[in-house]
Design a protein around this ligand. Structure first.
Ligand code: AMP
Ligand code: GLY
Length: 419
């Protein structure tokens, strides 16, 4: 079987690499992918994620069994609808089902309608009304651009002034363009944050190990939000009862709600949750795998991933199995300056082998050579599995200390909250 993965980051590297492990899979193509992926035997295809008809032609002429869609913007642009219309199978939600991610206001409406616990909120397109709401609610308070903003359209404001400023930037100064033409302003939820993923087809779903991302750029959760600087799975201090409660109060009702709305969900559902004193509550839904969570979840899968997705697409029960011991932990290495402006073209260390995996994101071969250079904000990620968070940290940080990382940086405390 030949498969196609759409996307170019570390998440897509992890998906494609896992698919290629299957004895039934001859070739995995990634469009557009990145040069680092080719070191793992993946084949990159020079077609962008928004070129739906070129991707469809490629899938048809290469006999692709099905396509796995990585990024949210492709889903929001209706890539799955286009593949389906062309008679091709794709793992990911349709545009209407993916609205759970691409409109925070829609996600809130669904949560309220189907009784899913989430922060109290208001949605505004008028700045004066937003300002009045913020002043009435007080701080801390959270201001979010309604649309997609690469994880950067959220301001957790400690003061009323900061919140008003954030609303002003989004509504009056168009900081996030159309994505910020409406803002969702919501109650600040206090508690431990974790991510819960499910592979879904309609009302059938399969829960993955819990994961914890580290969204802030610097150690100690300081600095602005990023796409994610490191993660680990499972989260050892989350009892099974919290997972069960999240499934019953969040995953089941939202999937049933989507069916009732005529938007049945297929693909990966990603619930970003906060464990408050009143139980788990939703901070956001995403309609795809997380990056960097995928890179630390998929190495724990011990079943045949390609077969699992084939079965889920066909509505059959998949036989999914996981490592049940130890912890998988990964640290993202990013370009100096990320998430703001950064340089490209820094020489990257050798790919690791053995029990430390290197997943590449912003990486590109130098001209006329196979030397990898940085080519993005998040550049690569080292991932390992060990008996404990501490043991995994020791392995990764020892390896990172041996690597030449001038021009790059990473957090030194990934997983430390679990110690
Ligand atoms: P989002 O893009 O919605 O995941 O938000 C980015 C980050 O902002 C989250 O990972 C949280 O750390 C934080 N955040 C978002 N919403 C809230 C909330 N209502 N209360 C507290 N923190 C939040
Ligand atoms: N790790 C956060 C995200 O993928 O949105």
């Amino acid at each position: 079987m030949k498969l196609l993965v759409v996307g170019s980051g570390g998440r897509e590297h992890a998906i494609a690499r896992k698919l290629l492990e299957s004895p039934q899979v001859e070739q995995v193509f990634v469009a557009p992918g990145n040069d680092g992926m080719t070191l793992d035997g993946l084949e990159i295809v020079n077609i962008g994620i928004s070129e739906h008809s070129a991707l469809i032609d490629f899938a048809k002429s290469n006999d692709i069994a099905w396509t796995f869609i990585g990024p949210d913007d492709a889903l929001a642009a209706g890539i799955v609808d286009d593949f389906n219309q062309a008679g091709l199978k794709a793992f990911g939600p349709t545009k209407l089902a993916a609205e759970l991610e691409w409109s925070k206001d829609f996600a809130k409406e669904i949560m309220v309608k189907y009784g899913v616990p989430t922060a109290a909120y208001g949605t505004f397109s008028d700045f004066e009304e937003a300002k009045a709401y913020i002043e009435k609610q007080g701080a801390p308070i959270v201001v979010k651009a309604d649309g997609l903003a690469l994880g950067k359209g959220v301001v957790v404001a400690e003061t009323v002034e900061q919140a008003v400023e954030a609303a002003r930037e989004m509504l009056l100064d168009n900081k996030f363009g159309n994505s910020g033409a409406r803002v969702v302003i919501e109650e600040f939820l206090d508690g431990e944050e974790f991510s819960l993923f499910a592979l879904v087809n309609g009302d059938k779903f399969y829960i993955l190990p819990t994961a914890q991302d580290h969204k802030r750029v610097y150690d100690g959760d300081k600095g602005p939000n990023t796409g994610g600087m490191g993660a680990y799975a499972p989260v050892p201090h989350l009892p099974q009862s919290v997972i069960d409660q999240s499934v019953d109060s969040i995953v089941k009702p939202v999937l049933d709600g989507m069916i009732r709305e005529g938007r049945p969900y297929l693909g990966v559902l990603y619930a970003g949750l906060i464990l408050t004193k009143d139980g788990p509550k939703v901070i956001e839904f995403n309609s795809r795998f997380g990056d960097p969570e995928t890179q630390i979840i998929l190495p724990r899968l011990t079943s045949d991933f390609a077969q699992n997705i084939t079965d889920i697409l066909a509505g059959k029960e998949p036989d999914i199995t996981w490592l049940d011991a130890g912890v998988t932990l990964g640290v993202v290495v990013a370009s100096d300056g990320y998430p703001l402006a950064y340089e490209k073209g820094v020489a990257l260390p050798e790919k690791t082998d053995g029990d430390i995996i290197t997943y590449y994101a912003g990486a590109k071969f130098a001209e006329n050579s196979k030397a990898l250079l940085s080519n993005g904000g998040r550049v690569y990620m080292l991932v390992t599995t060990a008996d404990s968070v501490k043991a995994a940290q020791d392995k990764i940080y020892k390896k990172l200390a041996q690597q030449e990382t001038a021009g790059l940086f990473y957090r030194h405390d990934i997983g430390s909250k679990a110690l």
